[in-house]
Design a binder for this molecule. Structure first.
Ligand code: GLN
Length: 308
């Protein structure tokens, strides 16, 4: 029997020695002001048992982790049809790169780079009729997954993103020019920024990805969100694309399906076992949490959990 709490405490001890390394996201003021000396590690097992260490109650901007939830919703609605508009190949490029999108005719490589997530948001706006309704569905979905109806988004973050979001708007405009965006690019990007600005803590996020560790069904409530096959596909895309151009490195060092966000969160899934979330705002050069990645590597070493 593995003593998870002991492992988390050992990790905390070791990883916090690395405070001072990496840099917080500085592309918008709201994120650049976050204290980099924070760290949390949360586990929620399929039995519903929870283990936490560090700043696990601190809410942070989930940013690109939201792409996991919108991908799930869109896959549930459109099934295979979705892949006409977004692929499932690693991009090998930074998350906000424009180049590949031009020569691949506006079809983003995968749902986890910005262009892919913007397309996914567009499909949700189509399905739900308008941007407000689509965002409400996304928010209610994460509330349901986390079992907390008070989860909300930070309008300061989303407004600031909109003021500085030239590159994301370029991605949306470029896709519109290739006919791969149905709605007004500004509206789609605004909705995308709102989903990125959802605030959650590591406890809630670890709980929220538990359905992916259990074939699409929340093992605690019994709610079926997606099919087993869809859950398997999402885990595969997380493994190959969840950390952008550092996805290979993450698979090499950690070997679990994972998804990062520039707010400093990383979620990971141990299939058949647990949902995990680490949080530490200082990022490595790929825009992934520096300490969070280190901590996950230590966790797989200590627990032996890895899909390889
Ligand atoms: N809101 C961020 C952006 O669009 C999300 C990027 C991320 O978390 N990697 O640039």
């Amino acid at each position: 029997m593995i003593d998870y709490q002991e492992i988390l405490e050992e990790i905390y001890e070791e990883v916090t020695k690395h405070y001072g390394e990496g840099r917080v996201a500085d592309y918008i003021p709201a994120l650049s002001e976050v204290d980099p000396r924070q760290f949390a590690f949360s586990i929620v097992t399929k039995e519903g048992d929870e283990y936490h260490v560090g700043d696990s109650s601190v809410k942070f901007s989930i940013q690109s982790i939201s792409k996991l939830f919108t991908f799930t919703l869109a896959l549930d609605i459109y099934s295979r049809e979705l892949y006409k508009r977004v692929g499932v190949e690693p991009s090998g490029n930074p998350f906000n790169s424009l180049v590949q999108l031009e020569y691949e005719h506006g079809i983003p490589r995968n749902p986890f780079i910005n262009a892919g997530a913007i397309v996914i948001t567009d499909t949700l706006i189509n399905h739900y009729g308008d941007d407000y309704k689509a965002f409400e569905v996304v928010l209610n979905f994460v509330r349901d997954l986390a079992g907390d109806s008070s989860i909300t988004f930070d309008p300061v973050v989303s407004t600031s993103e909109m003021e500085h979001g030239f590159r994301n708007l370029s991605l949306a405009n470029l896709m519109k020019s290739f006919d791969n965006l149905d709605n007004d690019p500004r509206v789609v990007v605004q909705t995308y920024f709102k989903q990125c600005a959802i605030s959650m803590n590591s406890r809630e996020l670890a709980r929220s990805v538990l359905y992916l560790a259990n074939g699409g069904v929340d093992p605690v409530t019994g709610k079926e969100y997606i099919t087993k096959t869809q859950a398997r596909r999402i885990n595969a895309v997380m493994l190959t694309c969840g950390h952008y151009d550092a996805s290979g490195e993450f698979a090499f060092h950690v070997g679990l399906p994972g998804k990062s966000g520039v707010g400093g969160g990383v979620v990971a899934v141990v299939p058949g076992e647990m949902g995990i979330c680490t949080f530490s705002p200082a990022l490595n050069k790929y825009g992934n949490s520096h300490l969070g990645t280190l901590a996950l590597e230590m966790f797989v070493e200590k627990s032996g959990f890895s899909i390889f």
